[in-house]
Design a protein around this ligand. Structure first.
Ligand code: THU
Length: 162
């Protein structure tokens, strides 16, 4: 038996002025999107904003449904809109933020498994790392790629029989 350690690196910004202007702009876009979420059941409003390789910023918010599995997270709303409207353009970064039940900027947030898998597909499809910016009450966490969020991932390579 051999144990393997998988490490990820997260850059934590408690002072947001240390972030690049483009990243601050993306976070601001995600915050605006969160205000537009349709989340009557959870009261947890999430906003996501993707910066594409052509400079376009595409946003999304969570869209809930009385039949809960039918709803979509903010990340996938944004990602699929980008895929539908800019099918040949790679996403370079995604910012995600949330407003909790009391209307306050949420203390912690990280994409769910479905969103991680969806983002991983885009990252692999375009062979281009997607930076992930997680905007929470106390800080912004930045990861250099989605792969970091999906260790031991299942992806298209798994389907190629060898
Ligand atoms: N949600 C997102 O939109 N993104 C995440 O990363 C986590 C969860 C949504 C789904 C649901 O509408 C609400 O937050 C509560 O789970």
């Amino acid at each position: 038996m051999e144990k393997k350690e998988i490490k990820i690196t997260v850059a934590r910004y408690t002072d947001l002025t240390e972030l690049a202007e483009a990243d601050l702009q993306l976070i601001e876009a995600a915050r605006e999107m969160a205000k537009k979420a349709y989340a009557p059941y959870s009261g947890f409003k999430v906003g996501a904003a993707l910066r594409l390789a052509n400079g376009t910023i595409v946003g999304g918010s969570n869209q809930e449904n009385a039949s809960s599995p039918v709803g979509s997270c903010a990340e996938r709303t944004a990602l699929f809109w980008a895929g539908a409207n800019f099918p040949d353009t790679a996403p370079l970064s995604i910012a995600v933020t949330a407003i909790d039940q009391s209307g306050v900027h949420a203390a912690c947030l990280s994409p769910c498994g479905l969103c991680r898998q969806s983002l991983l597909e885009a990252e692999m499809r375009f062979k281009q790392p997607i930076r992930v910016l997680l905007d929470t009450r106390e800080h912004v966490d930045v990861l250099d790629d989605v792969k970091s969020l999906v260790p031991l991932s299942f992806d298209g390579n798994s389907l190629i029989s060898g």
